[in-house]
Design a protein around this ligand. Structure first.
Ligand code: AP5
Ligand code: MG
Length: 209
């Protein structure tokens, strides 16, 4: 099953994509994680992406489309995947239509005021991509999955978060209508607890929870 997770920053795309990918045994393709790793390694793509990401803007379509096209051609994607954070613009969605067939689009719906709180308390592991919230860490500073030191993302500063929300509403939200027209969109309430959201996504996908 080829799945897209759509939703504003902080909606829980990364958190739920990891859980659903584990359950369905398919890879999670997070363009944000790919770009952050490229920045950490100082590659050409990483250097290009950094100023956009730090400002809460989208990186240019041309940069990201080629990365996703190459990634989806890899062997581990043959049995399905979750796209987490791609497409983010109508031109990205149109490009995706030329090299992939999507079965389902899950829209995670969460109100803006909840998103700001979630992002300001988020801590992430750059090594394995695990995501936490300060409220669940009890002072722990290392990743429970791989032991790496957890960090706060640069773009989780309050003023950047507001930019990212604006960018989402202006450039990414039009994709809701794009996929609705194709009959692929399934809206899930992402403001529920982690387990209820997980169960609702599995149900929307027609998979056993
Ligand atoms: P990206 O990394 O994709 O960021 P994003 O879309 O802004 O989304 P987030 O990762 O911030 O949120 P999420 O929905 O994954 O939430 P999470 O699960 O972490 O992109 C970063 C940047 O890269 C972009 O701004 C752009 O510059 C660039 N980029 C990436 N893709 C691109 C593209 N296709 N085109 C152009 N540019 C691109 O959860 C958030 C927090 O909430 C966590 O602390 C979590 O623990 C908590 N939480 C999650 N679910 C729940 C729940 N149910 N209840 C309570 N807390 C919860
Ligand atoms: Mg994410």
């Amino acid at each position: 099953m080829n799945i897209i997770f759509l939703g504003p920053p902080g909606a829980g795309k990364g958190t739920q994509a990891q859980k659903i990918c584990d359950a369905l045994n398919i890879p999670q393709i997070s363009t944000g994680d790919i770009l952050r790793r490229a920045m950490k390694e100082g590659t050409e793509t990483g250097l290009k992406a950094k100023s956009y990401i730090d400002a809460g803007q989208l990186v240019p379509d041309g940069v990201i489309i080629d990365i996703v096209k190459e990634r989806l051609a890899m062997a581990d994607c043959a049995g399905g995947y979750i796209l987490d954070g791609f497409p983010r613009t109508v031109p990205q969605a149109e490009a995706l239509d030329t090299f992939a067939t999507i079965d389902s689009v899950i829209e995670l719906d969460v109100a803006d005021q909840v998103l700001v709180d979630r992002l300001s308390g988020r801590r992430v592991c750059l090594k394995c991509g695990a995501t936490y919230h300060l409220s669940m860490l009890n002072g722990e500073t290392r990743c429970a999955k791989c032991g790496e030191e957890l960090i706060q993302r640069n773009d989780d500063k309050a003023e950047t978060v507001l930019n990212r929300l604006e960018v989402y509403h202006a450039q990414t939200a039009p994709l809701i209508g794009y996929y609705e027209k194709k009959g692929l969109l399934k809206k899930v309430d992402g403001a529920q607890g982690l387990d209820l959201t997980f169960a609702a996504i599995m149900k929307a996908l027609g998979a056993e929870a």
